[in-house]
Design a protein around this ligand. Structure first.
Ligand code: IDP
Ligand code: MG
Length: 398
């Protein structure tokens, strides 16, 4: 019966090979999902119908309908590009390819990826503002993490400049403190990100392109705030260095001891609403030290583990799980003496409505929507802080 339905659907698909349906357009993708229980990757054909925002899925290996065409309000055509992670019925699927010629033609030239990096001169104090600028220019940040490079790693990353007069100085600078690396998606992302960065020498940038990031946040020709790939090939290579299989060589958190820290977790609604940079800036301006940062797409199982203590206790538990699995979240390690209680004060009352009345300066008052979409999760008890930080930066990371 199920097999019949696939054949039936294939017939339908080939009949409308232009992928124009009566009511709109149909886009096809290949998507993968890692099934933890079976320890295997499952592949699906994912169809998206633009007219009514519905999705339909076929299990490729078993050749059968997996999800009948149904509404998925959260998924928009803009969210569907190669490398995107989309949440469909609490499953985090990665789009790995376009599924037909129509979709390839229509979408491949539009969405491009690039790699970028915030350099050590700007990480502690300016990363929030730079991230905010990137978001407001219409880029989607698909990956984001803070990394401390060793001199050897910095030398390898910039090996194309080996032998140049400024090479040693550049390597020392790049290893002098943490960097924040990211992948951006957007129309002509490679060129547009280079344009937004501005000329290499920050003082030249201030003369020639005063609205660029280097003009606004850079100091000189070495301390120039940001890096950006200069071609699609470089973007792929540099992305692989930090996020691909090569990244396993980078210094790991595994040996770290997590203490004197607490977790701040920027929730998906705030990330999707473009508030991440502003929240990071507000945390920084309140005097906190952000010592680790990474974007995650949470699976339901991880979320339930993190929220275990709230199960059966907090009325909104299920909605909280749903919110945290609905898109990317950004985990922050906040470090320092007294960080736990001071950070909870900055985050504010659980309910943003109450926060807006009683504590209007808090993050939840400013960025929260309701009790579930309340901008941030923060560790409840003092002893939860290091455990939750370790959960994200050691356990989830591995
Ligand atoms: P880009 O970052 O604009 O692509 P590149 O020429 O690739 O510029 O140089 C890589 C990095 O090396 C620059 O971002 C800057 O930090 C550093 N750099 C480049 N040229 C000089 C120089 O003439 N003196 C000192 N540092 C330089
Ligand atoms: Mg360069």
């Amino acid at each position: 019966m199920q097999r019949q339905s696939l054949c039936f659907n294939q017939r339908i698909l080939s009949q409308c090979s232009g992928a124009r349906t009566v009511m709109g357009e149909r886009y096809a993708f290949t998507a993968e999902w890692y099934d933890i229980n079976a320890s295997m990757i499952k592949r699906y054909q994912l169809l998206f119908y633009s007219a009514d925002n519905t999705v339909e899925m076929f299990d490729i290996k078993n050749r059968r309908l997996f999800l009948k065409r149904s509404k998925c309000e959260r998924v928009k055509l803009n969210d569907l590009y190669i490398g995107a992670i989309v949440n469909i019925h609490s499953r985090q699927l990665t789009i790995v390819d376009f599924g037909d010629e129509f979709t390839t033609k229509k979408l491949s030239s539009i969405k491009e990826k690039t790699f970028g990096l915030i350099k050590p001169d700007c990480v502690p104090s300016k990363m929030g503002e730079i991230i905010d600028r990137i978001i407001s220019e219409g880029f989607i940040i698909c990956q984001l993490k803070m990394v401390q490079l060793s001199s050897k790693e910095a030398a390898e990353f910039y090996q194309e400049h080996r032998g140049k007069s400024f090479y040693e100085k550049l390597v020392d600078f790049m290893a002098s403190g943490p960097v924040v690396v990211f992948e951006l998606t957007g129309d002509n992302a490679v060129t547009r990100w280079r344009e937004l960065m501005g000329p290499t020498d920050s003082s030249v940038a201030r003369q020639e392109a005063p609205h660029t990031i280097r003009a606004q946040f850079g100091t000189d020709v070495t301390r120039d705030a940001v890096h950006g790939s200069d071609s699609q090939e470089a973007a792929k290579r540099e992305y692989d260095f930090f996020f691909g299989s090569k990244a396993s060589n980078l210094r790991k958190n595994t040996d770290r001891i997590f203490q004197n820290c607490t977790l701040g977790l920027i929730k998906p609604h705030a990330v999707l609403d473009g508030q991440a940079g502003k929240i990071i800036t507000a945390i920084r301006n309140a005097g906190f030290n952000i010592s680790a940062l990474q974007l995650y797409n949470m699976e339901k199982a991880n979320t339930e583990e993190l929220y275990e203590v709230y199960k059966g206790v907090v009325a909104e538990y299920s909605s909280m799980v749903e919110e945290l699995t609905s898109g990317p979240c950004i985990a922050l390690e906040i470090t320092g003496d007294g960080a736990h209680s001071l950070f909870r004060e900055l985050v504010g009352p659980h309910d943003p409505e109450i926060a807006r009345h009683l504590r209007p300066d808090t993050l939840r008052a400013q960025f929260g929507v309701n009790k579930v979409k309340n901008a941030l999760h923060c560790s409840d008890l003092l002893e939860d802080g290091p455990l939750e930080v370790e959960y994200f930066f050691k356990i989830m990371d591995s």
